[in-house]
Design a protein around this ligand. Structure first.
Ligand code: FES
Length: 112
Protein backbone atom coordinates (compact mmCIF):
# COMPACT_ATOMS: atom_id res chain seq x y z
CA UNK A 1 0.00 0.00 0.00
CA UNK A 2 1.38 3.39 -0.95
CA UNK A 3 1.87 6.21 1.50
CA UNK A 4 -0.65 8.36 -0.37
CA UNK A 5 -3.29 5.63 -0.24
CA UNK A 6 -2.69 4.98 3.47
CA UNK A 7 -3.08 8.66 4.17
CA UNK A 8 -6.31 8.87 2.14
CA UNK A 9 -7.72 5.79 3.87
CA UNK A 10 -6.76 7.17 7.27
CA UNK A 11 -8.53 10.43 6.43
CA UNK A 12 -11.66 8.54 5.43
CA UNK A 13 -11.59 6.41 8.57
CA UNK A 14 -14.05 8.12 10.82
CA UNK A 15 -15.29 5.68 13.43
CA UNK A 16 -13.89 2.95 15.61
CA UNK A 17 -15.13 -0.64 15.78
CA UNK A 18 -13.70 -3.82 17.27
CA UNK A 19 -12.98 -6.92 15.22
CA UNK A 20 -12.21 -10.02 17.27
CA UNK A 21 -10.71 -7.86 19.99
CA UNK A 22 -8.75 -5.50 17.71
CA UNK A 23 -9.82 -1.89 17.50
CA UNK A 24 -9.81 -0.49 13.98
CA UNK A 25 -10.87 2.78 12.41
CA UNK A 26 -13.19 2.50 9.42
CA UNK A 27 -15.63 4.57 7.43
CA UNK A 28 -19.07 4.84 8.96
CA UNK A 29 -22.44 4.65 7.23
CA UNK A 30 -21.22 2.30 4.51
CA UNK A 31 -21.63 -1.47 4.23
CA UNK A 32 -19.16 -3.21 6.52
CA UNK A 33 -17.63 -5.10 3.58
CA UNK A 34 -16.77 -1.77 1.91
CA UNK A 35 -15.49 -0.32 5.19
CA UNK A 36 -13.09 -3.25 5.61
CA UNK A 37 -11.49 -2.87 2.19
CA UNK A 38 -8.88 -0.24 3.15
CA UNK A 39 -7.69 -2.53 5.95
CA UNK A 40 -6.64 -5.30 3.53
CA UNK A 41 -7.25 -3.99 0.00
CA UNK A 42 -5.49 -6.68 -2.01
CA UNK A 43 -6.99 -9.55 -0.08
CA UNK A 44 -10.49 -8.04 0.03
CA UNK A 45 -10.40 -7.56 -3.74
CA UNK A 46 -9.71 -11.25 -4.28
CA UNK A 47 -12.11 -12.46 -1.60
CA UNK A 48 -15.02 -14.65 -2.64
CA UNK A 49 -17.84 -12.20 -1.96
CA UNK A 50 -20.97 -11.97 -4.12
CA UNK A 51 -21.80 -8.59 -2.51
CA UNK A 52 -25.43 -9.44 -3.11
CA UNK A 53 -26.54 -11.18 0.12
CA UNK A 54 -26.47 -14.59 -1.55
CA UNK A 55 -23.22 -16.48 -0.90
CA UNK A 56 -23.07 -16.18 2.88
CA UNK A 57 -19.31 -15.57 2.83
CA UNK A 58 -19.70 -12.20 4.54
CA UNK A 59 -21.55 -13.54 7.61
CA UNK A 60 -20.50 -12.23 10.98
CA UNK A 61 -21.80 -11.86 14.53
CA UNK A 62 -21.75 -8.57 16.38
CA UNK A 63 -22.87 -6.63 19.43
CA UNK A 64 -23.92 -3.01 19.45
CA UNK A 65 -22.78 -0.61 22.17
CA UNK A 66 -24.96 -0.99 25.26
CA UNK A 67 -26.68 -4.13 23.97
CA UNK A 68 -25.35 -7.47 25.24
CA UNK A 69 -27.33 -9.45 22.67
CA UNK A 70 -25.24 -10.99 19.92
CA UNK A 71 -26.74 -10.72 16.46
CA UNK A 72 -25.73 -11.97 13.04
CA UNK A 73 -25.65 -10.18 9.72
CA UNK A 74 -23.94 -10.14 6.35
CA UNK A 75 -21.23 -7.54 5.85
CA UNK A 76 -22.28 -6.79 2.27
CA UNK A 77 -25.57 -5.31 3.52
CA UNK A 78 -24.91 -4.25 7.11
CA UNK A 79 -23.90 -0.62 7.61
CA UNK A 80 -21.13 0.11 10.09
CA UNK A 81 -22.35 1.26 13.50
CA UNK A 82 -19.85 3.29 15.55
CA UNK A 83 -18.55 1.28 18.49
CA UNK A 84 -19.87 -2.05 17.27
CA UNK A 85 -18.01 -5.17 18.29
CA UNK A 86 -17.59 -7.98 15.79
CA UNK A 87 -17.36 -11.24 17.69
CA UNK A 88 -17.34 -13.89 14.96
CA UNK A 89 -16.26 -13.72 11.31
CA UNK A 90 -17.04 -16.10 8.48
CA UNK A 91 -14.16 -18.26 7.30
CA UNK A 92 -13.77 -16.08 4.20
CA UNK A 93 -13.67 -12.80 6.17
CA UNK A 94 -11.16 -14.33 8.58
CA UNK A 95 -9.05 -15.46 5.65
CA UNK A 96 -8.92 -12.07 3.91
CA UNK A 97 -8.33 -10.20 7.19
CA UNK A 98 -5.82 -12.68 8.61
CA UNK A 99 -2.81 -10.36 8.46
CA UNK A 100 -4.75 -7.49 9.99
CA UNK A 101 -6.00 -9.72 12.77
CA UNK A 102 -2.48 -11.00 13.36
CA UNK A 103 -1.28 -7.41 13.67
CA UNK A 104 0.85 -7.24 10.54
CA UNK A 105 -1.09 -4.72 8.45
CA UNK A 106 -2.72 -1.28 8.42
CA UNK A 107 -2.10 1.89 10.33
CA UNK A 108 -5.80 1.95 11.23
CA UNK A 109 -5.46 -0.74 13.90
CA UNK A 110 -4.99 -0.51 17.65
CA UNK A 111 -4.73 -3.50 19.94
CA UNK A 112 -7.80 -3.62 22.18
S1 FES B 1 -20.91 -11.15 0.10
FE1 FES B 1 -22.18 -12.83 -0.37
S2 FES B 1 -23.66 -12.76 1.21
FE2 FES B 1 -22.50 -10.98 1.55
Amino acid sequence: MTHRRRRRDAEQADTEITILGRRVRVRAAVPLLDALEPLAPERMATGRFCRNHECGNSRFYYRLPGDPQERKARACRFEVVPGMEITVLSAELKFVLRELLAGHESSNVDDA
